[in-house]
Write a protein of this length. Structure first.
Length: 128
């Protein structure tokens, strides 16, 4: 079964670049631009194998999704992709359960490599 990534990013250009890169890597990708849309998508099939999450969303803080995932009793690796450089915020994300934290601006190739390694080591998933 193909690996599915959910991109949660309110900037349409950033979201499109991530979606394009992940699809190039062979992943199935969905994209939403708000916290409420992310919650709705995560609660419905098909299952998401990895979450690429911005923290600054129009209707809340992306950190809230970690509690929502716990409510769903599901574990999904999360890569936070954020413009926030603060050590405090990064540590909060890791404490909440983030697998990785990438600061904008970033290399799309590097993000794809990080995602690949997280999926390979934590889930045994590879594209296709």
């Amino acid at each position: 079964m193909p690996v599915r990534i959910l991109v949660v990013e309110d900037d349409a250009l950033v979201a499109a670049s991530l979606v394009n890169r992940f699809e190039t890597e062979g992943y199935n990708v969905d994209s939403v631009g708000s916290l409420s849309s992310a919650k709705a998508r995560l609660a419905a099939p098909p299952r998401v194998d990895l979450l690429a999450l911005d923290l600054i969303l129009p209707d809340g803080n992306g950190i809230e999704l970690f509690d929502f995932l716990a409510e769903l009793k599901t574990t999904v690796p999360v890569v936070v992709i954020s413009a926030i450089h603060s050590d405090e915020v990064r540590l909060r994300a890791f404490d909440a359960g983030a697998e990785d934290y990438v600061v904008k601006p970033y290399s799309l190739r590097e993000v794809a490599a990080r995602v690949h390694n997280i999926l390979k080591t934590s889930r045994g998933h590879l594209p296709g």
